[in-house]
Design a protein around this ligand. Structure first.
Ligand SMILES: *[C@@H]1O[C@H](CO)[C@@H](O)[C@H](O)[C@H]1NC(C)=O
Ligand SMILES: *[C@@H]1O[C@H](CO)[C@@H](O)[C@H](O)[C@H]1NC(C)=O
Ligand SMILES: *[C@@H]1O[C@H](CO)[C@@H](O)[C@H](O)[C@H]1NC(C)=O
Ligand SMILES: *[C@@H]1O[C@H](CO)[C@@H](O)[C@H](O)[C@H]1NC(C)=O
Ligand SMILES: *[C@@H]1O[C@H](CO)[C@@H](O)[C@H](O)[C@H]1NC(C)=O
Length: 399
């Protein structure tokens, strides 16, 4: 989209907002879902970074979906030292005190059949993210002046225990999903999730933009690895990683990375990711520290502005991702994937990428159709897009 049409869209929206507030309100009100605070979390010591109660939003299923459950981890980056976690504790990323108490349910969470064909009538739950570590840790930092709770594991368990008596304990079908830091959380909790459910439940997991690669940045530093290593030490995460994975690696903490954890997950998995994931591009492949002169600024904001050298590096990133998923692609009998080539990050939560007339497609399937095809076993779904720039269903409007 060029600047002119972007301006036009913006102005149209402003006009719409100015002149039809009632119309917009009535259409979106239906999708607004209230937060539930987990009261019994106190007895389990399950707190957000700042000590506030954890929360979730539940929109009840209906009709044929009344006994099916979709649980979605909220995303939102990480903190990996005391300073950044203290900052986070004062924000909506680390405290339910500062979170919106009502959330719009869009994309995979939408309750509208024409916007979300396969999951609209399921019980849909958004698990709010406030521990700073993809729900992975269990420790506490305390001195005379500050206290920080690193209780992701307890929050996860407290929410599950709250949902079980609400019908999750008799779920017929279940799907654990999440995007970004929430997508990463699905790898860490997938098999733990199924352990709470009856054996008769069909339980599966999906990661959206959560396939964070253990790659070197353009200056050959292990930026991603070092970032997560600090987080894992700070929060006491290592003890919760899959034992079969950790015992197979020289650095056990590496099992935080999906590429090492995935082979050990028992439940059926769906990997949804862009092969040019924008978050990884900006933070792990070309972190600001590697580009002090800003040679990448234009390319980071618009792939069409990348020069040949930069494109080569981006193609290399895609190749690393394909390589890390090759085993899964070839051998996972129950797995599914949708690996497209749009410059995106999180494609299941917004309507325009999940399911719309002009949403991204691979082999002419939308993301919503692909995830549904895989979940309901309507067809084998392992879709890998051709390399950038061949896909003309992308909008590539990063930044
Ligand atoms: C569902 O979405 C469609 C397409 O946007 C819209 O026309 C319809 O009014 C929505 N239905 C409900 C019940 O909100
Ligand atoms: C407690 O920890 C914070 C963060 O590390 C630090 O700024 C502060 O000085 C510490 N307070 C005391 C009394 O040690
Ligand atoms: C699932 O995770 C919770 C929270 O870490 C833990 O207490 C529980 O033992 C785990 N269950 C299994 C079967 O691993
Ligand atoms: C580890 O592998 C063994 C043997 O395949 C399996 O029985 C066990 O369930 C696995 N443990 C975990 C935590 O996945
Ligand atoms: C792609 O799918 C749409 C429906 O989703 C269909 O109308 C169209 O004909 C398909 N295009 C091709 C080339 O198969």
């Amino acid at each position: 989209m060029n600047t002119t049409s972007y301006g036009f869209v913006l102005i149209s929206w402003l006009l719409l907002l100015a002149f039809t507030p009632l119309g917009i309100y009535s259409e979106t009100k239906h999708n607004l879902v209230k937060m539930t605070l987990v009261q019994h979390a106190v007895t389990q010591g399950a707190f957000c970074l700042d000590g506030s109660l954890p929360g979730y939003h539940l929109d009840r299923g209906y009709g044929t979906g009344a006994n099916n459950w979709l649980l979605q981890f909220e995303g939102g980056g990480w903190c990996n030292d005391i300073e950044s976690c203290l900052e986070r504790a004062k924000s909506r990323r680390g405290s339910t005190k500062y979170m919106s108490k009502w959330e719009y349910f869009n994309g995979i969470l939408s309750n509208n059949a024409s916007l979300n064909p396969d999951f609209h009538n399921w019980n849909r739950v958004k698990l709010r993210y406030c521990d700073g570590a993809s729900f992975s840790g269990d420790s506490l930092y305390q001195n005379e002046t500050v206290k920080l709770y690193f209780r992701g594991q307890r929050i996860w368990k407290a929410i599950i225990l709250d949902l079980l008596p609400k019908g999750l304990n008799v779920a017929d079908k279940a799907l654990l999903s999440g995007c970004s830091a929430g997508g990463l959380a699905t790898f860490l909790h997938c098999d733990n999730f199924t352990s709470f459910l009856p054996e008769t439940t069909s339980a599966k997991c999906m990661s959206d933009a959560g396939f964070f690669l253990d790659i070197r940045d353009i200056s050959l530093q292990h930026t991603a690895r070092q970032f997560f290593e600090k987080l894992i030490l700070l929060q006491g995460t290592e003890q919760f990683l899959n034992e079969n994975c950790t015992s197979s690696r020289y650095y056990p903490y590496q099992c935080f990375f999906p590429q090492y954890a995935l082979p050990y997950v028992k439940a059926p998995y769906f990997i949804l990711n862009s092969a040019y994931d924008v978050f990884q591009f900006h933070h792990n492949l070309v972190p600001p520290s590697t580009d002090l002169r800003g040679h990448w600024s234009r390319c980071k904001n618009n792939p069409a502005a990348c020069n040949l050298h930069q494109l080569t590096i981006l193609q290399g990133f895609r190749f690393e991702m394909l390589k890390a998923l090759l085993f899964f692609y070839e051998y996972s009998k129950t797995g599914g994937m949708f690996l497209n080539s749009c410059f995106a990050h999180c494609q299941s939560e917004s309507q325009d990428t999940w399911f719309a007339a002009d949403s991204p497609r691979v082999h002419n399937r939308t993301i919503a159709e692909s995830v549904g095809d895989w979940y309901f076993e309507r067809r084998v779904t392992k879709l890998v897009d051709c390399a950038y720039p061949c896909d003309n269903s992308c909008h590539n409007t990063i930044g």
